[in-house]
Design a protein around this ligand. Structure first.
Ligand SMILES: Nc1ncnc2c1ncn2[C@@H]1O[C@H](COP(=O)(O)OP(=O)(O)OP(=O)(O)O)[C@@H](O)[C@H]1O
Ligand SMILES: [Mg+2]
Length: 260
């Protein structure tokens, strides 16, 4: 089928869907074939925060590659740059220098709109403190990622119910976050992260506020998703959480110091 016609039909079928983010030059396409199973590549990424006239270097040249469907843990002391790295991977923040390839596209120079498009189409986030909206019900919280995308309301609701069922909360969908345990709140956050069918899940200390039983349940859910093909990156201080992954990146002073 003609490419422009194909695009037109897709546009008609999903008039409100966000457009694909920009395609790269043909030489990049050659490299895409070589790195087909790669989802993330950092080349000498740095991050410097500026507080007034003071520069605070936080990432000092991080290079790494993560393959599709990998499960990677990132460990390291407080302040070593784990969250900063995760935020750049998740397009919540931009590197100060270096190149970032996501699915083999160099997205280092993307502006905020293009980055938020990548984020909303491809990436799900899970945070230590769940980050649920207290005034909304479980179901409404799960629906949030599609709220601004004007996707059909009924389809959105059906999908949110299906995800609530998947995380074992179908009997809690009308509750508000404050009426749930920590483990249940984190399960809502996982369902919310899955609403846009992400290829990549980023979890920053996902079990940090949970007792060990709830923590294991959350890790089991995340590992199940990873086994079904979603790339998973988990930042953690807890060796027992890191043990679920086959690969551990250790950070120190804004660098990857070691890999197990
Ligand atoms: N917005 C900011 N402005 C200035 N400095 C920042 C900012 N965000 C983070 N930093 C600094 O960057 C360094 C790394 O922070 P980051 O949050 O990445 O560490 P972390 O490894 O995730 O630590 P933790 O384990 O405590 O969560 C810290 O020294 C922090 O103070
Ligand atoms: Mg952190």
């Amino acid at each position: 089928m003609r490419k422009d016609l194909e695009e037109e039909l897709r546009e008609q079928a999903h008039p409100n869907r966000l457009k694909e983010y920009p395609l790269q030059e043909s030489e990049d396409l050659c490299q895409m074939n070589q790195n087909n199973n790669q989802i993330i590549r950092f080349e000498e990424i740095t991050k410097v925060y500026h507080l007034g006239r003071i520069d605070i270097p936080v990432l000092n040249g991080v290079s790494c590659e993560i393959k599709k469907a990998e499960h990677v843990a990132i460990m390291g002391p407080s302040g070593s740059g784990k969250t900063t790295m995760l935020n750049i991977i998740g397009c919540l923040d931009k590197a100060s220098s270096g190149r970032y390839f996501f699915e083999n596209r160099d997205i280092s120079s993307f502006d905020d709109d293009a980055l938020s498009e990548v984020r909303s189409r491809k990436i799900g986030f899970i945070f230590q403190s769940y980050n649920l909206i207290p005034q909304l019900t479980v179901l409404e919280n799960i629906e949030m990622p599609l709220f601004y995308q004007q996707v059909d309301e009924i389809k959105t609701r059906e999908k949110a119910i299906e995800l609530a069922r998947m995380v074992g909360l179908e009997d809690r969908i009308r509750h508000r976050p404050a009426e749930l345990s920590g483990g249940q709140q984190q399960r809502v956050a996982i369902a919310r992260a899955l609403m846009n069918d992400p290829v990549l899940i980023l979890a920053d200390e996902p079990t940090g506020n949970l007792d060990s039983v709830s923590g294991k349940e959350i890790m089991k859910l995340l590992c199940d998703l990873n086994e079904r093909g979603t790339t998973l990156i988990v930042v953690t201080h807890d060796v027992n959480v890191a043990k679920y992954s086959r690969r551990i990146l250790k950070m120190l002073d804004g660098r990857i110091s070691n890999e197990d």
